[in-house]
Structure formats: C-alpha cells, structure tokens
Write a protein that binds this ligand. Structure first.
Ligand SMILES: C[S@@+](CC[C@H](N)C(=O)[O-])C[C@H]1O[C@@H](n2cnc3c(N)ncnc32)[C@H](O)[C@@H]1O
Length: 263
C-alpha cells in the first residue's frame, strides 16, 4: 500500500503546493539571518523554499503533528542538502519560547487546526516584536466548481464530505476577525489565483475521492467490498465533471486563495 505522505510529496507537492509555496515565500521576502517557522509544514515544501534565502546565520524550523509527513520532509531536505530543524507538535501548543521567530509561514493549514484562535495566539506569542505572519487558505467551495460538484456527489452518497473542512476559511472577513482576535494589529489580505495541472486524470480523481471520504464515519464502518462499490459510484457520478476539466490528458483547475499577512 502506498504511503500517503510519500504520495502527497510526489504528486500533490509538484502540481499544487510547490507553486503556492514559491509565491508565499517570495511575498514574505525573508531576509538573511532571519529565524523562520514553517507551521504545519507537511512534507516541508515551504521550509525547503525558504531555507536558501536565510544564509548561514538564519534558521528554519518545520513543525507538523504528523510524523509521517515529517519523515518525508526530513529525507527530502537531506537530499537537497538543506539544514532544517523538524519538530513534531501542535499549532495550538507551540514548543518554542516567546519571541523565537522573525517570520511564521503557514501554508494551507489554518483551516485544519482544531482550535484556530489558540493556534493564532500561539503564532503571535512565538513571533518577535515586529515579526510577521504570512499564511494562505483556500477561498470557498463556491469559487472551486469541480470541488463543489465532488462535494455534492460525496454528500449525496455518504451524508457528508471532508471538502467542507478544506475550503472552510473562504471568507476574508472571517480570516481578518480571527487574526485581529489573536492580537495581530496590521492585517492585509489579498486574493491570489494559480492554475494547477495534474497528470493522470483517473489517478487524480481516485486520490481526491480517497482524501475526501477516508475520514467519514459512515465509510469507515464498511467492509472493503462495500467501500469499493461506493468509490466506484462516486467515480461514475464524477465522469462528466472530470472530463470538463481535462485537457491534453491533464486535469487543469484554477485555484483561488487568500494570502494574509499580519504583524
Ligand atoms: C494540506 S497540508 C499542508 C502542508 C504544507 N504546509 C504544504 O504546503 O504542503 C496540512 C498540514 O497541516 C497539518 N496539521 C493539521 N492540524 C495541525 C495542527 N493542529 N498542528 C500542526 N499541524 C497540523 C497536517 O498534518 C498537514 O501536514
């Protein structure tokens, strides 16, 4: 069976997360000598992009709660000859003293935090005076037609879908209120769109269905045969919508995010 963290790194990072990481790091404009935290780093693409900006006196730490993601992150950074400190931990209880970082980067993760106000207050605490936070979140499902359709199909078949959580922070005002509530005074939010191209449309759809149904309780209670039957039914329902976003044997989807920075 494939390791989900390795599939994430080999399929989702080059197609989707690396271009956004490049955009986020360039926007944050890290300076040589700065101390940077990549919060909820996953397989560490943001940490790996930011490391070369910091020079010998700077330092980057990647933190995530998933040890499997961290193992892939560590191996990838070693292969690239990058010095990154990797830490297992939770955003809601950061294992760092007050004022540890000049810059916190957090890519497509705030929506997953169980306690967002506490996590943002923790980010504020570990930033130095004058330090800055740069993060991105997806805009809502209403801006992502393919995922809205997938969400509707999964919901019809299973009663709920995880896509709601992935696109949960799609309102700029809500994001602004969350950041202000955590003590950030200067908050700027801008919409950004990037187009992703995914090879292997059938594999793309299978991966999305797996990701968006795996944690659903009604799915977990099923035996393998029943689970496969539901996945086949969802795939069938998604045939036409998948065709609509397929060009030259690639799935081509425009993604819309809010990039927020605060200090
Ligand atoms: C969509 S991935 C993004 C990973 C990475 N930032 C990237 O751009 O590839 C979301 C990550 O958030 C992590 N995560 C979710 N909740 C967390 C929490 N409370 N504390 C730390 N990490 C968390 C997950 O383990 C996962 O690796």
């Amino acid at each position: 069976m494939s390791n989900p963290a390795e599939s994430y790194e080999s399929y989702m990072v080059p197609t989707l997360f690396a271009p956004w990481a490049s955009h986020l790091v360039q926007s944050a404009n890290p300076q040589p000598g700065e101390r940077v935290l990549d919060l909820a780093c996953g397989t560490g693409i943001v940490a790996r992009y930011v490391a070369p900006w910091l020079g010998a006196k700077g330092a980057v730490t990647g933190l995530d709660l998933n040890p499997h993601m961290l193992a892939v992150a560590r191996a990838a950074a070693e292969r690239q000859g990058l010095a990154v400190e990797w830490r297992e931990g939770r955003a809601e209880q950061l294992p760092f003293p007050d004022g540890s970082f000049d810059l916190v980067l957090c890519q497509f993760a705030l929506m997953f935090f169980a306690d967002r106000p506490t996590a943002l207050a923790e980010i504020h605490r570990v930033l130095k005076n004058g330090g800055r936070l740069w993060l991105n979140v997806w805009q809502g499902l209403d801006r992502h037609a393919f995922y809205q359709t997938l969400h509707n199909v999964i919901q019809q078949r299973l009663g709920m879908s995880a896509l709601q959580d992935i696109f949960a922070l799609g309102e700029a005002d809500r994001l602004r209120t969350l950041l202000a509530g955590a003590g950030f005074e200067r908050v700027e939010i801008e919409p950004v769109s990037l187009t992703a191209r995914f090879p292997d449309p059938a594999g793309f759809l299978a991966g999305e269905i797996d990701l968006d149904t795996a944690a659903i309780p009604s799915m977990q209670g099923l035996d393998d045969q029943a689970r496969q039957a539901i996945i086949a039914a969802i795939s069938e329902d998604m045939k036409a919508p998948l065709r609509e976003v397929t060009q030259d044997d690639h799935v081509v989807i425009q993604f819309h995010a809010y990039v927020a920075h605060a200090g």
